[in-house]
Structures are given as C-alpha cells and as structure tokens.
Design a protein around this ligand. Structure first.
Ligand SMILES: [Zn+2]
Ligand SMILES: [Zn+2]
Length: 76
C-alpha cells in the first residue's frame, strides 16, 4: 500500500504533486489538479504579491530605456 508523505498514512491511492513532487493522499491535496495542500496554499496566498512586484519592475525598466534613447538622439 502506498504511503502519503504528508500525513504518513497507508492509503489505497496517492498522487505525486506536480509542483514539489511530494506523494500525497486524497485528504492531503487535490487529485484533479495534482497539487498537495502545501502548494495549493502557496498558490492561493503568494501569487498576487509576486505578480505585483514583477509588473512594477518591468514598468520601471521600460521608462528608463526610453529616456536613455531620447538623450542619445539629441547628442548625435
Ligand atoms: Zn495524507
Ligand atoms: Zn506540492
């Protein structure tokens, strides 16, 4: 019988989490999404913050580059 790596129980069916690779039972994750409860929690609580930071940085770099090219044209 397979053993769930999260709760340590012998269970009839387990899945491998596609994010972290842990073996989990039906009580410890989502079989349809193939995600353990830890990764489901992380996705639901960490995604918004990361996206916001990345967008912020991208916008900053775009503006910087435009200014740089404009200055160069004037000097030439
Ligand atoms: Zn379990
Ligand atoms: Zn996981």
């Amino acid at each position: 019988m397979p053993v769930c790596e999260i709760c340590g129980e012998d269970v009839s069916e387990v899945k491998e989490c596609k994010m972290c690779g842990v073996i989990f039972c039906q009580d410890c994750g989502d079989f349809e999404r193939e995600l353990c409860e830890d990764c489901i929690f992380e996705m639901e609580n960490g995604e918004d913050e990361e996206d916001f930071d990345m967008d912020d940085e991208e916008n900053f770099f775009d503006e910087d580059e435009e200014d740089f090219f404009e200055d160069e044209d004037e000097e030439w």
